[in-house]
Design a protein around this ligand. Structure first.
Ligand code: SAM
Length: 394
């Protein structure tokens, strides 16, 4: 297939899948830039982009979705990362990479969590984003109230000062813990001169990338992760990780990964595991064309991954009405978990296990739910069943 030239450039250079922005956004943005540059055809505009770095940068800034907020995924998640780093440190300074860092909320949240854990500056935190405008905003470290929308996690009283109508500036001491720069994760030379990192956060990027670009990103992440290190995605992105180089840590379905060559043969015990973050609330809008009833669990998972939980749930319900299957019930459970309906999720996972007692995903999540409400006996029974399963192939 011959891709239109502008789309081809965007896919090749930054790995963006234009459809991930919704069907209308990419054509609208390109048309607006062409009109700003008074260029009449996409072929001519592709020529301008290839020759003029300023125009390329202007287009990229229009295409990236840099929105984030403090403690996205939950304060508890960042607290656990801080604790994991403290254990990992053992007298040295662990290295953390946040890519993409958006406007800085993610790496600063980790710096704040280290501060709150009583170990400020324990780790060096490198933060990288494709968008120079986002990196500049991160350097300014001034945020609107919307950046503090994570429930139960408002760091403003201790760590920010009000600097104008509805704007707060982060304490310079916390800012100093984060080193910001521009970089492209899908470029072959991404951070080529850097030593490996103990912890890499790569959250809310894979949803925007083409399969091919995710492959390039993963090769870089593998090169940059230190032995024994952890890679963290979001749960919605966990199954977009191309197979091979990384393996889910602890139990299948979690969003934390180790290098495959270091994966233990059995699911990890609790210690050393980083918990699953809360589901992302701001996944991109799905193009209308993709809202048609999905014919497969893969398509329904894609809907759920893109944040369209209601449509994904409706697809599951239709499917189980038509012919119950463990795969559909388990997906229903995952969707209910993401929507915060633990009770419904549990009953779906139980139905999945009724149909397929060896269903790995349902066993994993049900064990986690039992753990959460303190039912240690049933949880360990489920884990024993998991441990008896044959190894999953990546
Ligand atoms: C939604 S933000 C995610 C920020 C943060 N990780 C979070 O979860 O809140 C997505 C960011 O990815 C950046 N991005 C897109 N393509 C990239 C690439 N190829 N390399 C590095 N960053 C990229 C965008 O500039 C944008 O700031």
């Amino acid at each position: 297939m011959t891709l239109p030239p502008v789309e081809q450039l965007v896919r090749a250079r930054i790995g963006l899948d234009p459809l991930s922005l919704g069907a209308a956004t990419f054509p609208r943005v390109v048309a607006a830039r062409m009109s700003a540059r008074r260029v009449g055809s996409t072929a001519d505009y592709a020529g301008v982009l290839a020759a003029d770095p300023t125009e390329w940068a202007a287009l990229v800034e229009e295409l990236v979705v840099s929105e984030g907020w403090f403690f996205r995924g939950g304060a508890a998640y960042f607290r656990e990362l801080a604790k994991w780093l403290r254990e990992r440190a053992a007298g040295r300074t662990p290295r953390v990479l946040s890519v993409p860092c958006g406007c800085g909320e993610e790496p600063y949240s980790l710096a704040l969590a280290l501060d709150d854990e009583g170990v400020p500056g324990l780790a060096t935190i490198d933060a990288v984003d494709l968008s120079p405008a986002s990196v500049r905003r991160a350097e300014a470290a001034r945020y609107p109230a919307f950046a503090f929308r994570e429930a139960g996690a408002d760091p403003r009283p201790q760590h920010f000062r009000e600097v104008g109508a509805n704007r707060w500036e982060l304490d310079p001491r916390v800012r100093a813990a984060v080193r910001l720069r521009v970089g492209n994760l899908v470029a072959a030379d991404f951070l080529a001169a850097e030593a490996p990192f103990d912890l890499i956060l790569c959250r809310n990027l894979f949803i925007y990338l083409t399969d091919e670009a995710r492959g390039r990103a993963v090769v870089n992440l593998h090169r940059l992760l230190a032995p024994g290190g952890r890679l963290c995605l979001t749960p919605a992105e966990a199954d977009r990780l191309p197979p091979g180089l990384f393996t889910a840590e602890g139990s299948a379905g979690l969003a934390t990964f180790v290098r495959t060559e270091e994966a233990r043969p059995k699911p990890a015990a609790k210690s050393g595991a980083i918990p699953r973050p809360a589901a992302s609330a701001d996944a991109p809008v799905v193009p209308a064309a993709r809202l048609d009833p999905p014919a497969s669990t893969t398509a329904a998972r894609e809907l759920a991954d893109a944040g369209n939980l209601d449509a994904a749930r409706a697809a599951c319900e239709r499917a189980v009405r038509a012919g119950p299957s463990a795969e559909w019930y388990s997906l229903l459970g995952v969707i209910d978990l993401a929507a915060g309906r633990a009770g419904d999720a549990e009953s779906s996972f139980r139905r999945a296990l009724y149909l397929d007692p060896d269903h790995r995903e349902a066993l994993t999540h049900l064990a986690m739910l039992c753990d959460r409400r303190g039912d240690a006996g049933p949880a360990s029974g489920l884990r024993r069943r998991l441990a008896r399963l044959p190894e999953a192939t990546a």
